[in-house]
Design a protein around this ligand. Structure first.
Ligand code: HEC
Ligand code: HEC
Length: 334
């Protein structure tokens, strides 16, 4: 009796282990662990630059209404997004699209839903003149405001010691970009990818299997589980049949004017997706389960069962990272 039990025990543990090891091997084909930071060839990271960038992220005095900073629409405590379908900028102006999180965004092929910002530095600089964001009158206007604030001269000089006149918008962009390049959120999924088979629960592993099996990985892959390609939203059916979209967005078509770019958007990273509701470029869906179901329907032509959706959701929640104390602490403003 005891012998039989032992054999049974060895077999079942063995197969569970074998199954998990197989899943890990499979997962490593599609995903890789998140790095500690996202380096840049054109913007080398230094502690001084990162420190200044964090301060500038909270700077409101360079906006036309004096109340708009990066942090207004990307609050760190809310995982770097504002929980609104569409962000509200200076004088509460509504933006055309939903604000994605700033966490891990530096690791993507490009920035913005339509990929019309090259990198986080380009994004930061151009946000200053954005009519719906800072609404600054000109780059010179921003530079004049920064120069009026006592304390920035020293901080910019420390961050850009080679520059004669370091208080300028290009250095604003480099500093903010440098800070964003440190905003990574390692999660239990990374531990799993590094070989800790027990880092995910049984349900989360089942969810990961579903995510791979039904084909979500054909678009949501890589380090960020997305952020590395552009794809049409609504491959099999128009997306607005299922979302609560008030207006149809042509996506990258409005930038490239190529027919094949109609309704094409950057595939969003799914890291921390549990925390970044509402979903999609127009923030038209609040519930993560619903977003998952819609994806199955319009991207893959599959009607996912409640069970499949729940499992996938469980897996996606394992992508929620921990925010370091350093990320969460507010800077002292000059
Ligand atoms: C008024 C609100 C608002 C302000 C202020 C704002 N953003 Fe954003 N941010 C958005 C919205 C909305 C988008 C999406 C724009 C789009 O794709 O059309 C976005 C996109 C981004 C992205 C791209 C993320 C991705 O996954 O593509 C980054 C990075 C970012 N913002 C950083 C910043 C920084 C840094 C600042 C300050 C310099 C800033 N934002 C100021 C609302 C704002
Ligand atoms: C053919 C490519 C493709 C496939 C397959 C795909 N997605 Fe997506 N996914 C996208 C694109 C593109 C978007 C952005 C849509 C938009 O414009 O809002 C997106 C958005 C999402 C979002 C919303 C994220 C956010 O921050 O707003 C979730 C969640 C999501 N996908 C999960 C899944 C799941 C789960 C599957 C599998 C059932 C899946 N996706 C399959 C391309 C794809």
């Amino acid at each position: 009796m005891r012998k039989i039990f032992l054999i049974f025990f060895v077999l079942s543990v063995g197969s569970a282990f074998g199954g998990d090891a197989k899943l890990l091997k499979e997962a490593r084909k599609y995903f890789s662990p998140i790095p500690d930071l996202f380096p840049s060839d054109t913007n080398p990271l230094t502690p001084e630059k990162i420190k200044l960038g964090k301060i500038l992220f909270y700077e409101k005095r360079i906006s036309i209404d004096g109340t708009t900073s990066c942090a207004k629409c990307h609050p760190i405590g809310y995982y770097g997004t504002d929980r609104l379908p569409k962000s509200k900028g200076n004088f509460s102006k509504e933006n055309p699209r939903n604000a994605p999180t700033v966490f891990n965004s530096a690791g993507q092929i490009a920035q913005h839903w339509r990929g019309d910002r090259r990198d986080v530095e380009d994004q930061a600089k151009r946000a200053l003149l954005g009519k719906g964001s800072f609404g600054a009158l000109s780059y010179k206007w921003v530079e004049d405001r920064l120069k009026e604030i006592k304390g920035y001269k020293k901080l910019f000089k420390e961050a850009f010691p080679e520059d004669k006149d370091p208080v300028n918008v290009d250095n604003f962009a480099k500093a903010v970009g440098a800070w964003e390049r440190t905003l990574t959120t390692p999660s239990r999924f990374d531990r799993f990818l590094k070989g800790h088979l027990d880092a995910l629960s049984k349900e989360e592993k089942e969810g990961l299997k579903e995510f791979i099996k039904v084909g979500c990985v054909s678009c949501h892959s890589g380090t960020l589980v997305g952020g590395n390609s552009y794809q049409k939203f609504g491959i099999l059916e128009p997306y607005w049949k299922y979302t609560k979209s008030k207006k149809v967005d042509y996506g990258r078509y409005n930038i490239t004017k190529k027919d094949e770019d109609k309704y094409v958007f950057k595939v969003p990273p799914l890291r921390n997706v549990e925390k970044t509701s509402p979903y999609f470029h127009d923030g038209s869906v609040k519930d993560l389960k619903k977003a998952i179901w819609i994806m199955g329907k319009v991207q893959l032509g599959k009607e996912l069962s409640d069970k499949q959706v729940s499992l996938i959701e469980a897996f996606l929640k394992s992508l929620t990272g921990k925010l370091s104390e350093d990320i969460k602490t507010l800077p002292v403003m000059p």
